[in-house]
Design a protein around this ligand. Structure first.
Ligand code: ATP
Ligand code: MG
Length: 140
């Protein structure tokens, strides 16, 4: 597996509790390199576009409201097999099901307020990175 990039978001429940550094420490300890990072307030339009794949789900409105409820940190992570590796480091969507030592086990509040996002495929990683970063923002 070649060096790969994935897209990460540190969500509002985590920025609100000042957990950016603690989460980044878990990310870096796992061998993922943070090659781009920016703290932003997402607009409703940005959040709706980002989670468009979930627009028919019953929790979509709640999810968008949550994602714009406070600042988020958008990030690009790089490593061998970064997409799978970061999904492992994040843990299961529901923190009740997340393995020991994962970000969601350590920090998530609930299935909705679950502290981090990570891309689920190479195709989505490329689309998500392009929504928030230009190539000039990223330095390995
Ligand atoms: P993410 O895409 O944020 O990395 P994920 O891939 O683990 O998370 P998805 O199924 O893609 O999970 O769901 C996207 C997000 O929608 C979840 O991270 C969570 O914040 C929210 N979500 C998912 N299921 C529920 C639910 N049943 N109730 C409330 N919110 C939910
Ligand atoms: Mg997902």
């Amino acid at each position: 597996m070649a060096v790969q990039r994935t897209f990460s978001i540190i969500k509002p429940d985590a920025t609100e509790r000042n957990l950016t550094g603690a989460i980044n420490a878990v990310i870096e300890k796992a061998g993922l390199r943070i090659i781009g990072q920016r703290r932003i307030q997402m607009t409703r339009a940005q959040a709706e576009r980002f989670y468009a794949v979930h627009s028919a789900r019953p929790f979509f409105g709640e999810l968008v409201d949550f994602m714009i409820s406070g600042p988020v940190v958008v990030q690009v992570l790089e490593a061998e097999d970064a997409i799978t590796k970061y999904r492992e480091v994040m843990g299961a969507t529901n923190p009740a099901d997340a393995a020991e030592g994962t970000i969601r086990k350590l920090f998530a509040k609930s299935i909705g307020e679950n502290s981090v996002h990570g891309s689920d495929s190479a195709e989505n990683a490329a689309l998500e990175i392009a929504q928030f970063f230009s190539e000039a923002d990223l330095t390995s």
